[in-house]
Design a protein around this ligand. Structure first.
Ligand SMILES: C[S@@+](CC[C@H](N)C(=O)[O-])C[C@H]1O[C@@H](n2cnc3c(N)ncnc32)[C@H](O)[C@@H]1O
Length: 280
């Protein structure tokens, strides 16, 4: 039998996981509005036990740990060793004694004796090869009646669409792959998310779509530089064996498209996310 999420395990323990460490500060700034959306909806209370699924470098674990102190605890769970080590280093630097990151797969992580009060996630739940099995397991990690709150990308995000269009215009279309394959956009269809959660026996599923600003305060050139390392362009370049010249041409196509979002406060890319809430 193949190990669960073997492909994602390789991916996030290799160069892409390391890129999320290198660009952690810029990613956290860009996605801060989404962290606030999740934490405001989840409303962690003093003394609660919180699980942050796919915690990455730990930004939302830190927010949760602060919200539940004193007496509460936040655990980040992530499949990536490098990101877990980085998150634990940040918790120590922040002087937090009620936060910790563990390396593990949310799809198979053994349930503790007592489940957490709240499981949350910012963009960490779209990478399961069997999402129903993963959410059945996540439900076991939450106490009966406890909350699940996460954000996932919706359809219609220039942050993904414009770089991909520029890359396809230069290098041709991507190889077809199943529409629901694990990846950042796997949960873009609310009906699918509802089916997965109800299939995993969560109750009271609510899905609301929100417009959020994705901010790169340093502006257009920093945003373009960021796209070189993260997102669809670097993936498409690898898939198509793109050259440096291809890369420059893609950036020349993307620059005028992103320029429309350049403001006095920096590059403000409109984002669309689903905020998903349910009960275990
Ligand atoms: C897009 S990143 C988001 C990271 C973080 N939540 C944030 O907002 O900065 C997705 C994260 O999910 C983690 N991940 C992917 N599949 C996972 C799984 N099966 N179990 C636990 N974590 C997983 C990855 O290692 C990665 O850190």
């Amino acid at each position: 039998m193949t190990e669960a999420n073997a492909g994602q395990k390789l991916y996030w323990n290799d160069a892409p996981g390391v890129k999320w460490i290198t660009h952690q500060q810029a990613l956290d700034r860009m996605n801060h509005s989404v962290a606030e959306l999740v934490l405001n909806a989840a409303a962690p209370r003093t003394g609660e036990q919180v699980l942050d699924i796919g915690c990455g470098a730990g930004a939302t674990t830190i927010m949760a740990a602060r919200a539940v102190a004193p007496g509460g605890y936040a655990v980040g769970l992530d499949i990536s060793g490098p990101l877990v080590r980085h998150a634990n280093k940040r918790f120590a630097e922040e002087g937090l004694d009620n936060a910790e990151a563990l390396q593990g797969d949310a799809q198979t992580q053994p349930a503790p004796e007592q489940g957490v009060d709240l499981a949350l996630s910012r963009f960490g739940v779209m990478f399961f090869d069997d999402p129903v099995a993963a959410f059945v397991n996540i439900r076991r990690l939450i106490r009966p009646g406890g909350r699940l709150v996460f954000a996932c990308w919706a359809e219609g995000n220039p942050w993904f669409d414009l770089p991909m269009q520029a890359a396809v215009a230069q290098l041709g279309p991507a190889e077809p792959k199943p529409a629901d394959a694990p990846g950042p956009l796997a949960f873009r269809e609310p009906a699918r998310v509802r089916d997965i959660l109800e299939g995993a026996h969560f109750t009271g599923v609510e899905i609301d779509t929100h417009e959020v600003p994705l901010v790169i305060p340093e502006g257009l050139e920093a945003g373009l530089e960021f796209c070189k390392h993260l997102g669809p362009i670097s993936r498409h370049m690898t898939d198509k064996n793109g050259t440096e010249a291809d890369f420059d041409a893609i950036m020349d196509r993307l620059r005028p498209a992103f320029a429309a979002f350049d403001t006095d406060q920096g590059l403000m890319i409109p984002g669309r996310v689903h905020l998903v809430q349910a009960r275990a």
